[in-house]
Design a protein around this ligand. Structure first.
Ligand code: GLN
Length: 507
């Protein structure tokens, strides 16, 4: 009996220690997802950092640009601590509606349609639309786009302009094909690849796209169309609306606004890229441009850390939840018939395995978390998802332990639960651990979709690099190699670990 008691104490200490570990990890993750809590007024501002020079990701991987600097200056004037949330352009207005952000600054044009959903501050910038084409193209007017293939950023005024609809007087040919992209740069890459004839986009980004692709692209202004940019706030939020208007007024009076126009709009520098006729030198210059001079390596490193962190935290959640689900399912072995617990576990596994992870992620982030705390939403989604698979791994591991062990435990006076905890599970772990390692490897690759909820993981890092350099091959190959090495490294580690486990069996 003494043995049984000390066994119990040891095991319960172990369980407590692992629970503490998990708790710490969860606290860390929640901490990461939370904002500043210094008591200052916080202004959560949504943007879409794909619209240079108004908003883009700078070489340090941070959201930057004219709009961002203007918003920070307004925040400083009005005593707000401004926090930016980078998201798809078409999600911005929705995020204002759900309250995920308090304001939106994104080179957003004031339109009657948008005014029905949000309130706009006073306008701060006047813009026009441009048609970007390849240098050999003779397209100069919107009318010439009738019947052609055009790429746009989804949900923008450029999109509205070329979409053949009843009230569109310019594009009347319904055979006009409009390809909608989440980012302006993706539309530009499509144009460079020759898959579309033109891109319609606001003047300033158009100029940047052209200067970054000198000799390949050119652009012409669409005549007779002017637009006004303003900051959007949720309908009826007069406090924020008035504060922003007041702050804007002040930075216009004290000259800060004009300074920012000079820095960001008139004096925008493009990172100079060297070219050579020698293909080897050209390749080296491209490598240098993609990974070094635009700090691509930093983005990749940050992304890698995020990928590893999310996968680790998710695997922890998955193991704890998976164990619970497995034990729930095992109650049917104990009772010899289906139980309420086993039914719940079966339904859980069935639903999780029957739906795509990306759908689960979007539901968790947009519906459950209301577009807040992306990291927590991602960890929970992958944890919950992984638990379904882990549960089956654990169940199989437990069932593989000889039946006699349970009978032995029971005849020693242990209850079913005690035999499980002190006799079966420790042995099952040997069967389970290698399979869990594989689950972790799978998870690492699955997390590549977290970019959908605005997390900058490894895949998203490549995406950023593409947006900034218009180079697709190198960043994508780079992340493929990194994922591959990560998986290979883990597999090697797992093999060593498995061999050790097996060694302890040989006595
Ligand atoms: N000004 C355009 C619009 O409001 C494009 C803005 C953007 O792509 N960020 O639709």
């Amino acid at each position: 009996m003494k043995n049984k008691a000390s066994l119990k104490i040891k095991a319960s200490l172990k369980i407590k220690a692992s629970l503490m570990g998990i708790l710490l990890c969860v606290m860390f993750v929640v901490g990461c997802g939370k904002g500043n809590e210094t008591g200052e007024k916080i202004l959560r501002v949504g943007t879409n950092a794909e619209f240079p020079p108004f908003e883009y990701i700078n070489n340090d991987g941070e959201v930057d640009g004219f709009d961002i600097a203007v918003m920070k200056a307004i925040g400083e004037e009005m005593g707000y601590n401004v926090e930016f949330q980078n998201m798809e352009f078409k999600s911005l207005i929705g995020s204002l509606k759900t309250g995920a952000v308090d304001a939106v600054i994104a080179g957003m044009t004031v339109t009657d349609e948008r005014k029905e959903s949000v309130d706009f501050t006073n306008t701060y910038y006047q813009a026009t639309q441009h048609i970007v084409v390849r240098v050999d193209s003779d397209i100069t007017t919107l009318e010439q786009l009738n019947g052609k293939k055009v790429a746009v950023q989804e949900g923008t005024t450029g999109d509205l302009l070329v979409t053949p609809e009843e009230d569109n007087e310019i594009i009347t040919d319904s055979s006009t094909e409009v390809k909608r992209f989440k980012k302006g740069t993706d539309a530009i890459i499509e144009l460079k690849n020759g898959s579309v004839d033109a891109v319609v986009v606001d003047a300033n980004p158009a100029k940047q796209f052209v200067s970054a692709n000198e000799g390949v692209l050119k652009s012409v202004e669409v005549e007779g169309i002017t637009e006004e940019y303003a900051i959007a706030v949720s309908k009826g939020n007069e406090q924020v609306l008035n504060d922003i208007n007041e702050g804007m007024q002040r930075i216009k009076e004290n000259g800060v606004f004009d300074e920012l126009v000079e820095t960001y709009i008139n004096g925008t520098e493009q990172s100079v890229r060297k070219h050579s006729d020698n293909p080897v030198m050209e390749f080296i210059y491209t490598l240098e441009f993609v990974f070094i001079s635009t700090n691509g390596y930093k983005l990749l490193l940050q992304g890698l850390l995020a990928t590893i962190g999310i996968s680790l935290a998710a695997v922890l959640v998955g193991v704890v939840l998976g164990l619970i689900i497995a034990l729930m399912k095992m109650t049917e072995v104990q009772k010899g018939k289906k139980t309420l617990f086993s039914r719940i576990a079966t339904i859980y596994i069935d639903i999780i395995r029957g739906t795509p992870a990306i759908v689960q992620l979007l539901i968790m982030y947009m519906v459950v978390f209301q577009s807040k705390m992306g990291i927590v939403a991602a960890v929970l989604t992958f944890g919950i998802n992984s638990a379904a698979y882990v549960a089956e791994i654990i169940r199989a591991g437990i069932l593989a332990v000889d039946k006699g062990q349970m009978e032995g435990g029971r005849s020693l006076g242990f209850s079913y639960g005690e035999t499980m905890r002190y006799i079966i599970l420790p042995q099952a772990i040997k069967n389970i651990l290698p399979a869990l390692g594989n689950e972790f490897i799978t998870l690492i690759k699955e997390t590549a979709i977290v970019g959908y909820v605005a997390i900058q993981d490894l895949t998203k890092a490549a995406d950023f690099i593409i947006s900034r350099t218009y180079e697709t091959f190198l960043p994508l190959i780079a992340i493929a190699i990194i994922y591959y090495c990560l998986v290979k490294l883990l597999t090697k580690g797992l093999n060593v670990f498995e061999r050790r486990l097996r060694q302890s069996d040989i006595r």
